[in-house]
Design a protein around this ligand. Structure first.
Ligand SMILES: Cc1cc2nc3c(=O)[nH]c(=O)nc-3n(C[C@H](O)[C@H](O)[C@H](O)COP(=O)(O)O)c2cc1C
Length: 332
């Protein structure tokens, strides 16, 4: 069972919200590679309420990356409700869903009772969810974890409370807040949630290949998979997942093709965000080049470039070396 917003494929493969990563450029690239649905980076409801320009900039959704959900975080039902009404009004036709972040582990978020801190306060989480559902003309989903720590694994109880609050879709990341992103994700807990609620559930955690996506679905019965780190430097993963789910063979991109995508990503990033922000591309470029011969030297060099032009020049010469065989085998 899935939601009408995931209209492309069933089961859908979606790009996870990732602060600092899943911006409009990366979302669009993932959609071009077969991603069914995207989420903005997490957006502070309070930040929106107080009119932060930077916060608002996170919401821009372009035609080519639709459908896209806006992910909000916050623990004040009044502010959440007011901001959802404002967003639905201002971005009518642009946004497909509102997701509430109830899984962020960062101390500066949980310290305010937001993100995964809501898993320790189910009545407040339910009040936030109810306010969101009441205010929103769009479907509301929420994303949470296995629990706060191993002594308080409450994903099933939490999921049922969210369902009772009227949420239409749940995403479960199979790690506790205490685990952050370490250790294997617990897919059993995702399966338990799936079997105890009536709404669709997306499974999240450790999908780094098409085969893993297939296994997660068969292991848990989840309605679709959400991919975060598996897409870093590898937007091609959505093609791989679709091939695996359709039972088709998949041929991965050559290193040259990966680098061509990295260059395009960089160019579009610079065009949309402005040349001054070129250092933000460094992390993406480390991921794109991971495992390629010469990538260590490339990463060292990319960390010292001082302009977007230098960055692009370095990228092009690294890609060309791949063809000449200087930094790796011929891949064309
Ligand atoms: C750099 C980074 C930023 C993230 N930002 C967010 C975020 O803004 N909102 C959110 O709900 N989860 C965020 N997450 C968590 C991911 O969405 C996902 O739940 C987690 O990485 C597990 O999935 P994975 O094993 O596929 O990486 C972030 C994760 C990473 C690595």
């Amino acid at each position: 069972m899935t939601l009408p917003v995931f209209k492309k494929h069933d089961p859908p493969a979606v790009l996870a919200p990732m602060a600092g990563i899943s911006d409009a450029v990366f979302r669009r690239i993932c959609v071009e590679h077969g991603c069914d649905f995207t989420y903005t980076e997490m957006v502070s409801a309070k930040g929106l309420f107080y009119g932060g320009r930077k916060t608002r900039a996170l919401i821009r959704v372009s035609e080519a990356e639709k459908p896209c959900a806006v992910q909000l975080f916050g623990s004040d039902p009044g502010i959440i409700s007011e901001m959802i009404k404002a967003l639905a009004d201002e971005y009518a036709g642009e946004i497909a869903m509102i997701d509430i972040n109830m899984g962020c582990p960062m101390p500066k978020i949980t310290g305010n009772g937001e993100g995964s801190a809501l898993m320790r306060d189910i009545p407040r989480a339910a009040a936030v969810a109810e306010a969101a559902v009441k205010a929103s003309p769009l479907p509301v989903s929420c994303k949470f974890r296995k629990g706060w720590d191993d002594n308080s694994v409450n994903a099933v109880e939490f999921a049922r409370a969210m369902e009772e609050s009227g949420v239409s879709l749940l995403t479960v990341h199979g790690r506790t807040r205490e685990q952050l992103y370490h250790g294997p994700a617990d897919w059993d807990i995702i399966g338990e949630v799936v079997s105890r609620v009536g709404v669709p559930v997306l499974g999240n955690g450790d999908v780094f290949s098409g085969e893993a996506a297939k296994k997660l679905i068969s292991h848990t019965g989840c309605a679709g998979v959400m991919v975060a780190r598996g897409a870093e430097g590898n937007p091609f993963i959505f093609e791989e997942i679709r091939a695996a789910l359709d039972g088709r063979p998949y041929s991965p991109p050559t290193e040259y093709e990966r680098m061509t995508e990295a260059i395009r990503h960089t160019e579009e990033f610079l065009e949309e965000k402005g040349p001054r922000l070129f250092p933000e591309m460094r992390k993406h470029l480390s991921w794109y080049t991971k495992g390629m011969r010469g990538s260590l030297d490339f990463r060292r060099a990319v960390n010292t470039v001082r302009s977007p032009e230098e960055m692009l020049e370095l990228l092009r010469s690294f890609r060309d070396q791949l063809v000449c065989g200087e930094a790796g085998e011929k891949t064309l």
